[in-house]
Design a binder for this molecule. Structure first.
Ligand SMILES: Cc1cc2nc3c(=O)[nH]c(=O)nc-3n(C[C@H](O)[C@H](O)[C@H](O)COP(=O)(O)O)c2cc1C
Length: 392
């Protein structure tokens, strides 16, 4: 409520990027010099063990993570964890430090509850980001999103990612190969399966040379065709990748009214509510193809606990958000966690993890068992228990 008031009275009138920088610095200050991070954590961190997710070799306190871009500089992930995020994906990080694209580069789409950005990948570079990650103290899961440097040509992408992974891997809980940001020219072309195969091979070779096993995922965009999505899912399964993060921002302008005088908006990626439907479609498509053989991380337009619940049931093991956090403020992650706990309790299921993909699986039930009934934990030995065991 108070944040909403501050948002409408103050932040909304500020440049979106400055508001983000101000908020992150204030939180880092509260967490660091003021030493109130512990207090924040106690007040806001999820404590419901039913929300714990075991995936990628880690235990996540909540399935809800801060999406790439929220902490581009790996400078306030601890504060984000204290607010209730179960994990943070820092970056996008490139081999060497990079500046952002020229301003203007971020704007709010207030009516649509969206953002449009063409920031590019401003970041401190792999070595500095790795040093910052090494200093972390708590049990928060922190992954690193890796991207192509702006000056690297498409042909040199594999070597470029490889160098970045060399700098980052030892201090990252997981790696995401970002091949989908629309703001680095030519990056999305890497989603072509031939190029992807090369890229994954190069990163794997680097991890092997470092003698490290770090879960590796791909981050894909929402503007791919359905066939391209299927092909990427098949490739991920074939190469035994750990998972897919879907989706990045969209270049589609469907349902979005762009104001006049904002020429730059034409080239930026849109996030938030306008992305919601497509992000869910992509998730459903990936789950239909890969089931539980890939860890699917759903991101794009998650605003409410209902959205989060729907994504888990549609097949997401983990969730991420950026835009709704900007609109919802520092208490937003806690409200999503609390809403998920309430829904879990009402469903009677023992854990959120047991429900991953449940609505997708319920749709393929042989007999006419309603979805609500399916989602309730069946009594031992009942016919429903047998069907669930078969489909699990
Ligand atoms: C301002 C801004 C910066 C972003 N920067 C990155 C980035 O550096 N790397 C990346 O993979 N995704 C980035 N994203 C995309 C988000 O991680 C996420 O995929 C997308 O915003 C959809 O989620 P949302 O609707 O919850 O915002 C950025 C998004 C925004 C709004």
């Amino acid at each position: 409520m108070i944040y909403r008031l501050i948002f409408w009275l103050v932040l909304q009138r500020m440049d979106a990027e400055r508001a983000h920088a101000l908020a992150s610095r204030a939180l880092a200050f509260i967490h660091g010099p003021l030493r109130l991070g512990g207090f924040l954590g106690v007040a806001l961190r999820p404590r419901d063990p039913g929300l714990h997710i075991k995936a990628l070799g880690h235990t996540f306190r909540s399935p809800l993570g801060a999406a790439a871009g929220v902490d581009k500089y790996a400078s306030w992930f601890e504060s984000l964890g204290a607010l209730g995020f179960g994990f943070v994906e820092v970056g996008t990080i490139t081999g060497r430090p990079q500046e952002a694209n020229p301003r203007p580069r971020v704007a709010r789409l207030l009516r649509e509850r969206g953002l449009v950005n063409r920031l590019g990948f401003p970041n401190p570079g792999a070595e500095e980001a790795s040093r910052r990650l090494a200093r972390r103290t708590g049990a928060l899961v922190v992954g690193a999103n890796v991207g192509r440097s702006r000056e690297t040509a498409l042909g040199g992408a594999s070597d470029d990612y490889r160098r970045t992974v060399r700098g980052l891997a030892a201090n990252s809980d997981y790696l995401v190969l970002n091949v989908s940001s629309p703001n680095t020219p030519g990056l999305a072309a890497l989603q072509e399966v031939g190029l992807l195969r090369q890229l994954v091979g190069a990163v794997r070779a680097e991890l092997q040379a470092l003698d490290l096993v770090v879960p590796t995922l791909l981050k894909i965009g929402p503007d791919l065709s359905d066939t391209e999505i299927d092909d990427i899912a098949d490739l991920a399964l074939e190469l035994k990748l750990d998972g897919i993060v879907a989706t990045n921002t969209t270049l589609s302008r469907d349902g979005v009214t762009l104001g006049t005088g904002s020429g730059f908006l034409l080239s930026g990626g849109i996030s938030g509510r306008p992305l919601k439907r497509r992000a869910l479609e992509v998730l459903e498509r990936l789950y239909a193809r890969a089931g539980n053989d890939l860890v699917l991380v759903s991101v794009g337009g998650i605003e409410t606990a209902e959205d989060a619940w729907e994504r888990v049931l549609a097949g997401a093991t983990l969730l991420q958000a950026y835009t709704a956090f900007v609109y919802g403020g520092p208490l937003w992650p806690r409200s999503i966690n609390a809403g998920l706990s309430r829904k879990l309790q009402a469903s009677g299921a023992p854990s959120l993890q047991s429900l991953v993909g449940a609505s997708a699986r319920a749709r393929s039930l042989p007999d006419a068992i309603g979805e609500d009934e399916y989602l309730r934990e069946p009594s031992e030995g009942s016919p429903l228990a047998a069907v669930r065991a078969r489909l699990a």
